[in-house]
Design a protein around this ligand. Structure first.
Ligand SMILES: *Cc1c(COP(=O)(O)O)cnc(C)c1O
Length: 308
């Protein structure tokens, strides 16, 4: 198992040249977490790592988790299960629909249960999990989004991946790490791994009323160190998973100008927000920024209308 899940060396740090940043004399580089693995892509690979180790230790019969019909998390989990030859089960929100993600999940051998919205909301209750645990004895239950403390722990290594590669782009240091935020466990892991240096800027892909700020504080409280060198920014625009025309144009421009494919749910919105900050003069001249490409390209097939 360790061999299959060894941190791959495909995660490169690449300079990104965009006119707005160049004019403002702000340097930008992208850590390509999307390249970790074709199927277990992006931050989900890191978030799943310790959950899979735990499932292995417990000699689990399989992996069970929850998500939506475009979920990057379920996609990564299904692929990990196939690699490890462990059965996977997903509890999916809503009426059965055939999205590119769902087609992939089925191809990867994942067993799907579709839950009504009302039933899905019960996932915060202990009885809900007891029922599914009885139905799938000795399955390892992976929390929503692969999060929690084990999810964060797997992301601790990310700052090190940046530091190791700074010399390849001629930098001796950096000022900010920008990342998209859903549950915030990736951000918590990065703050943990950074050890109190540098600033981490989390761009929220979900509306602020979801209370992710509180969730992150609780997660950081569980960590044996206390760091507060992070900020959260509202970047959800019209809502989670909603892609407006301005955003889609921006994503197309970045791909045409710099050859960088972005997902419209997380990294696209993060870079859009950052560019807006640069335009507004909110980022000091000479700043060096590392943007995390957290993956999610599988999920963009529907939003960009490219069902390849
Ligand atoms: C899940 C996901 C995130 C958010 O990660 P959290 O740890 O939940 O904050 C960011 N980017 C992509 C592409 C994701 O799939």
């Amino acid at each position: 198992m360790d061999k299959q899940f060894f941190i791959p060396d495909k995660v490169t740090l690449t300079p990104l040249s965009l006119p707005v940043f160049d004019r403002a004399n702000i340097s930008l580089a992208v850590l390509r977490l999307d390249k970790t693995d074709q199927l277990i892509s992006g931050n989900k690979w890191f978030k799943l790592h310790y959950h899979l180790v735990q499932a292995n230790l417990q000699q689990s019969n399989g992996l069970l988790s929850v998500g939506g019909a475009h979920s990057n998390h379920l996609h990564a989990l299904a692929a990990a299960g196939e690699k490890l030859e462990l059965p996977t089960v997903a509890l999916i929100r809503g009426q059965p629909i055939e999205t590119p993600t769902v087609v992939d999940l089925q191809k990867l051998g994942m067993h799907l249960h579709w839950l009504s919205y009302g039933e899905f909301r019960r996932r915060y209750q202990a009885e809900f999990w007891q029922e599914w645990a009885e139905r799938y004895p000795d399955f390892y239950l992976v929390p929503e989004g692969g999060g929690g403390i084990l999810g964060a722990k797997g992301c601790r290594v990310i700052p090190e991946l940046i530091k190791q590669q700074l010399f390849t782009i001629g930098w001796d240091d950096f000022d900010y790490i920008y990342t998209g935020v859903g549950t915030g466990s990736t951000l918590a892991g990065i703050v943990w791994g950074l050890g109190g240096n540098h600033q981490v800027v989390g761009c929220l892909a979900v509306p602020e009323r979801y209370g992710v700020d509180v969730q992150i504080k609780e997660l950081l409280d569980e960590i044996p160190v206390s760091f507060t060198n992070y900020q959260l920014k509202p970047a959800a625009r019209e809502g989670f998973g909603q892609a407006d025309p301005d955003l889609l144009h921006f994503i197309n421009d970045v791909e045409a100008l710099a050859g960088l494919p972005l997902d419209p749910v997380y990294t696209g919105k993060t870079l859009y927000f950052l560019q807006q900050q640069v335009i507004n003069g909110e980022i000091a001249e000479g700043s060096r920024i590392v943007l995390l490409h957290t993956g999610g390209l599988q999920g963009r097939r529907v939003l960009l209308n490219r069902w390849e």
